[in-house]
Design a protein around this ligand. Structure first.
Ligand code: HMG
Ligand code: MG
Length: 291
């Protein structure tokens, strides 16, 4: 029985975790990883990205992964999509939630999606409409919510503006994201103080990379604001090809242990998660299931 309540972990390892790996990872190994994560009790898993294979070659097998991924009662498989083309393909492949991604930095928006922040949000209109027609929820990411790898420090007001626009067009949740993982608790406090002026904490998620080793301390700050959804990647996999210097996402196993110590229930079985972690580390090392 949890003393502090429930926290939901959104497992982004199969997408954010693997997207930056240079060696080709077999689709069946990605599917096996998703299966082990589901076995461990994770109930929101971002399985892949329906983005351009020229931009992110590692996600080129999105169709095979989404179609091959196991389905379980209560498990929601999501996919990252930049535009209507990606959304249509993801829906065709059986996605259960879509995730669009905007940025609080103009330079990062251009480097990552070849358009301005405003143009990226315009592209999400048809995504939201298509999702609604299929009864699917859409999450929105705001990258560079703390620092941009190209522009440096980002003002909390810019993060609030983009977050409000994403909620305004119909996203059910916004994941404010420390893309390059250099946030400190003080910076998270300042950013969330601003964003929560416009958006209830119950509609926010925090997506922390862990370059500076402060991600768990940053989660503590977000918990104090009432945030109860956190993104993480098993084995601390991760990085973004268009964010130089970004280290891995905060590790799911570290988040699960940390939250358990604080009395929160994540529904994740730490022993079973170890099997997923072992495979994640093998995939990172370039060896799959049958090697
Ligand atoms: P573009 O080159 O400007 O697009 O890329 P375009 O519309 O001119 O199309 C160019 C080609 O891409 C065309 O193919 C399109 O059909 C194709 P061609 O005619 O040349 O053969 N195309 C697509 N193919 C597959 N799926 C699609 C798709 N759309 C167009 N959905 C675009 C614009 C947005 C497509 C591109 O920039 C892109 O795919 N970017 C994705 C970058 C990415 O995935 N980055 C990593 C994820 S974001 C992240 O990691 C941050 C996050 O974790 C939070 C955080 O930590 O901050 C979420
Ligand atoms: Mg990320």
């Amino acid at each position: 029985m949890s003393q502090s309540g429930n926290v939901t972990i959104v497992e982004v390892g199969p997408r954010d975790g693997l997207q930056n790996e240079k060696a080709v990872i077999r689709s069946q190994d990605k599917v096996a990883l998703i299966g082990l994560l589901a076995d461990a009790g994770l109930r929101r898993i971002e399985a892949t990205a329906f983005v351009s294979p020229k931009w992110v070659p590692q996600m080129a097998d999105h169709d095979q992964v989404m179609r091959g991924a196991p389905r379980r009662p209560g498990l929601v498989l999501s996919a990252l999509v930049p535009n209507e083309k990606g959304a249509a393909a993801a829906i065709e492949a059986g996605v259960e939630e879509l995730a669009v991604f905007a940025s609080a930095s103009e330079t990062f928006a251009r480097k990552n999606t070849n358009c301005t922040i405003a143009q990226s949000i315009e592209r999400f209109g048809p995504v939201i409409a298509l999702a609604a027609a299929h009864g699917l929820p859409v999450r929105g990411y705001v990258s560079c919510a703390i620092d941009c790898p190209y522009e440096g420090e980002i003002e909390p007001q810019a993060v609030r503006d983009v977050s409000e626009r994403l909620i305004g067009i119909g996203c059910h949740e916004v994941a404010v994201s420390d893309t390059i993982g250099r946030a400190s608790p003080g910076r998270i406090d300042r950013m969330l103080a601003e964003v929560t002026q416009g958006i209830a904490a119950s509609r926010l998620a925090c997506h922390f990379h862990d370059t500076s080793g402060q991600a768990l301390a940053n989660i503590d700050v977000a918990l104090a604001f009432g945030v109860r959804v956190f993104d993480s990647a098993v084995g601390g996999l991760g990085g973004c090809p268009y964010a130089p210097g970004a280290a891995g996402n905060v590790a799911t196993e570290a988040v699960v242990a940390h939250l358990a110590a604080l009395g929160y229930d994540t529904g994740v079985d730490a022993d079973k998660l170890e099997d997923a972690r072992a495979l994640a580390l093998r995939l990172k090392a370039g060896t799959g299931l049958r090697d």
